[in-house]
Design a protein around this ligand. Structure first.
Ligand SMILES: Nc1ncnc2c1ncn2[C@@H]1O[C@H](COP(=O)(O)OP(=O)(O)O)[C@@H](O)[C@H]1O
Ligand SMILES: [Mg+2]
Length: 229
């Protein structure tokens, strides 16, 4: 008899997550579940622990307690090498400070995660221009990062985070450094790409408008997560 497992519908779950920095308790038993395909805005005061939460979810920092599963994978229980492989494969991270590499041109920055994942050259040659096209930077492929505006840098960062079609996109204030019009463009792009890939998104934002464009808003207060809408 064939045993069928039901399709998992939870893309991300955090249970009783706790994190201290010194004596400061930043996360205090945080629970959060995000369904596949859902895009959740994460809001909260500065210092509430939003970036800490994203870093824990991505396995970039380790918690003091609790459990995290990304697409059923518990990153904390993997060794360092397996964790970075799983992170690369499953997650696209959009950092607030871009973290682009100045020694590579725009195309090289977008291609790098695909190289690290072992994508064959021909697949990279197809995917990188398609991603640059998607973010409206097809004509800037050979530009270096110091030649780009803030909005362009953020669009390169989106293309890099999304190129490998990650199941989970984590974005830390992706529009925080942009003027209102550019912020809206970048946000629309991010949401469109997440939805096109049937991915799941967690977007930290201070923008009420941005939060309203997501499927759900979660607020971090006193180290826990609450549904805000
Ligand atoms: N690496 C660290 N070392 C010490 N304290 C930290 C570290 N990272 C964050 N914190 C502290 O944890 C709290 C939450 O930070 P953070 O997650 O960056 O907040 P948010 O992103 O919501 O503004 C802040 O008080 C911050 O100073
Ligand atoms: Mg932050």
């Amino acid at each position: 008899m064939a045993i069928e497992t039901p399709p998992a519908t939870i893309a991300l779950s955090a249970h009783a997550l706790t994190k201290h920095f010194g004596s400061r308790r930043v996360l205090d038993g945080l629970d959060l579940e995000v369904a596949r395909g859902e895009i959740v805005a994460v809001i909260g005061e500065s210092g509430a622990g939003k970036s800490t939460l994203l870093n824990l979810l991505a396995g970039l920092e380790t918690s003091d307690g609790g459990a995290i599963a990304i697409e059923g994978v518990d990153l904390a229980h993997l060794d360092e090498r397996a964790r970075s492989l799983a992170r690369r494969r499953l997650i696209g991270f959009v950092f607030q400070a871009f973290h682009l590499l100045p020694y590579f041109d725009v195309a090289g920055n977008v291609e790098l995660p695909l190289r690290l994942l072992g994508w064959p050259l021909e697949d990279r040659r197809a995917r990188v221009p398609a991603m640059l096209e998607a973010v409206g930077l097809a004509d800037r492929a050979l530009a270096r990062t110091h030649q780009l505006s803030g909005g362009e840098l953020q669009r390169v960062a989106l293309a890099r985070a999304l190129a490998h079609r990650p199941a989970l996109v984590l974005a830390d204030e992706p529009t925080g450094n942009l003027d209102a019009r550019t912020a809206r463009e970048v946000l629309d792009l991010l949401l469109r790409e997440i939805r096109a890939n049937h991915a799941t998104g967690l977007i930290v934002t201070h923008s009420h408008q941005a939060a309203m464009l997501c499927d759900r808003v979660v607020r971090i207060i006193d180290g826990r997560a609450f549904n805000a809408s």
